[in-house]
Design a protein around this ligand. Sequence first.
Ligand code: ADP
Ligand code: MG
Length: 683
Amino acid sequence: MFSAHTDLASLLLLPARDAAALASAGLDTPAAVLAHFPKRHEDRRRFDDFPNQETSHAVCLRGLVIDASLKFAGSQRRIYEVVVMNGMGGVFGSGKITCRWFNMPFIQKIIVAGHEVIVHGKVKDANGRLIIDHPEFEILTDDGEASIHLDRIVPIYRNISGIAQRRLREIIHLLLHQIDPATLESSHKLSENSTRAAAFQKIHFPESIEQAQSARRRFALEEFFTLQLNVVWRRSRNAERKGRLLGNRTTYLKQFYASLPFDLTGAQKRSIKEILADMRTPRPMNRLLQGDVGSGKTFVAMASMLLAIDSGCQAALMAPTQILAEQHYLTFCRWLEPLGIRLALRTGNRDESSHPEPEGEPQIIIGTHALLYDSVSFRDLGFVVIDEQHKFGVAQRASLILQGVVPDVLVMTATPIPRTLTLTIYGDLDVSVLDEKPPGRGKLVTALRVAAKQPDVTKFVKEQLKQGRQAYLVYPLVEESEVLKAESATEAFPKWQKRLSAHRVGLIHGKLRPEEKDAVMQQFRQGDLAALVATTVIEVGVDVPNASVMVLHHAERFGLAQLHQLRGRIGRGEHKGYCILLTDGKNPEALEKLRVLEQTSDGFEIAEADLRLRGPGNVLGTLQSGLSDLRFSDFLADISLLREARELADQTLAADPHLDGIHRAMRDLIRPTDHPFDLPTTA
Ligand code: ADP
Ligand code: MG
């Protein structure tokens, strides 16, 4: 018996060639090789019937190669074709399938007539011939190892250069039997009732697909535990830092309340209370304020900042774009200048002389990233609000915070994130949720229409414009190389100009320079433009209360959460909002997705649906969280698993807060971060 952690080459268990190939893939110990988990399993106790038509999913076929030939298509393309016949005689189906490889000359040395093979792939119909292009395949040999490769559930691995699929499977099988199972256990027992060694056995050579899945879940728990341990570690390190005591004077807040023409919602009041409680403790606040577009986050931010400056320090709000910074600035001026608060705007390249500087030092400073690089902006920064934080880089967040004593930080996001993901992405933040909409706002209706109804849609838009409203006409981004037929905003612009010839129509997209974008937005905001043809650049936070219509073209090409964000731009004023989703209607899955938007306006519900329909990997990708490279990201939808990981992490650090006692070995799991405000992984 060997230890799982010895150097593989020195074990002399494998031929040097194999050990070298594994080592160059970074697998230099038995433990590392065993952690090369299968990407899928193939149930080779029975194979699929040879199909007689195209298949929508991959099939797994076993048969005999009866013909192999090299064909040329033009001077460049070489196609290697192999005909596989059903070994069972073709009782069902066509009994024959052609496999093709394009420009892969080495394949013709590997697979030839006479071989018994297993092929795996999606079957398509090419002019009556059934074909699998570039299948995964394996050649069956009579080498007495049949029990590993056949008549069982067989692991299929991602390829490692220099090692054939079969060989890798044999090596892993060998290691599972030759290494001391005790050496596979980890320093921290996550599960009482099964050993790690048993889980390795089950993940590679399961007796049932369910068994493999439960072994994967176990390893997922390990991965999430590490993640959560880091999160809880950062939380407690943060709690040890010296923060500020703020919020003991409430004069400004009372004046602010008295000046509002409306009462704050219950959710707003609750959030302000939670923030205030944080401010009054000496540990630095680190809180996330989550709420749908229009849920009133800005007012919570204002109230909190008033509490902060009442204690004599300065407060800053950082927005991801110039447009948003200016918009916030105007809102703040409107509500806070009457209270005598000194406000300043700080953005990058814009000449700010159009906004008069207050006399005396500003109490509240609003700006973009430029704030970060300008350390003279602040004398005594005590409170920071970061709007739409996932648009910010981690490093930027850190550098702001490193400028002085640790300020209290409030992160605002309008992206509703499913609870499971919150625990992971924002795990080191406390969370306040605005789950209640302010009353008396324009309602929003959403309707799904096929693209052929464009004339009706145009008519509707015209009617709205005639009533003095404004419209957004939104198009997805189109890559130039893309074969998919979707028109871009630029192409659609002249069409809309013609359709709405009685009105002024503007165009805004990401390729415009920031000043140009600003100018267009400014015109739209002032009502000089009645309609705006746009890409998703209007997504974040833009507020034009008079805009009541949004037409989303090729809606199937947007993510659900993104569509929800976009439509949040309308129905913000007193007017009823109309969101029209136009789609070609060809893809049933896309229709199902879009119907979610017709049915609910609850951002969290939509986020959950998005997660369900697209899977955590994709959702995380768009959140730019850096978490999509998790090994087991598919388990991120498993809330009970995440909770379990969090509880284990809490228990661990409760028992050994600095990981220098009984859990000393786990200190290795803590990843260095530049700063306790960092996210779990680099964004
Ligand atoms: P968010 O920042 O979450 O998108 P805002 O704070 O900008 O939302 O508020 C959206 C709109 O609702 C604004 O026009 C604001 O004046 C209004 N509003 C906010 N809170 C209330 C409230 N409690 N009652 C009525 N209207 C409110
Ligand atoms: Mg806002």
